[in-house]
Design a protein around this ligand. Sequence first.
Ligand code: 4NP
Length: 157
Amino acid sequence: MKRILFVCLGNICRSPTAHGVMLKKIEELGLNWIHVDSAGTAAYHIGKAPDPRTLAEASKAGYDLSRLTARQVEESDFYEYDYIFAMDSENFRNLKAMRPSGSTAALHLALEFTDVDDTDVPDPYYGGASGFRDVLNLCEMLCDDILKMISEGNTCA
Ligand code: 4NP
């Protein structure tokens, strides 16, 4: 079993999108040895459903995120997950700072395994619908490349 966790700031836009896209790919490809979850570094939206704009874009593309609820990253995540993927460099820095010494999760940027020449899935929260579309497109890409990396057992540290 490999356990992967996507992390953004609020866990209502970017990481639930990656979570929902990954769930569907896991199901379609029969990769039931992979478990996926998502969380936020901030506490603002704990217990809430994804942002309505996130739900709308995902639904248009055939992903159902309606059962996801936001939670905050916990120390235990650094022991319970094999991979933690930060959706941008700011969250990556915050995760690195809170990572308990001796914990076992590999911490990466979510775009690290793609050909995208950027570190960040841009935060769409204060922008328009096109930002949410961009998040979805990037998540489809990064999920494919993360699955390839995990299937090949290559962490590209
Ligand atoms: P996310 O987006 O980190 O992709 O879930 C955001 C959600 C909420 C806020 C910022 C970004 N906020 O400021 O409440």
